[in-house]
Design a protein around this ligand. Structure first.
Ligand SMILES: [Zn+2]
Length: 81
């Protein structure tokens, strides 16, 4: 069992790699383009048509890469819903 510490070190390195990869795919930015995953730029803000009375806003975002426009519900205390 002399090689066990080395084996553990190898496994630890693999876990670290997997975890960093998982973190990258698990948490896409709230402004990511649904088409090409580039960053979308904030265009305008309006009161949300349905949940506006609850204080929610609707942000129009535009992709800097492909020009795709999307509307995101924005909750001032929490961020993008
Ligand atoms: Zn895009």
């Amino acid at each position: 069992m002399t090689s066990l510490p080395k084996r553990i070190a190898e496994l630890e390195a693999r876990v670290a790699t997997l975890e960093s990869g998982k973190a990258a795919t698990k948490a896409p930015g709230p402004n990511d383009c649904p088409r090409c995953h580039a960053v979308m730029e904030f265009q305008s803000e309006e009161e949300h048509p349905i949940t506006g009375p609850m204080g929610h806003m609707e942000h129009t975002l535009r992709c800097l890469n492909c020009g795709h426009e999307a509307k995101r519900r924005f909750i001032p205390a929490k961020g993008y819903a």
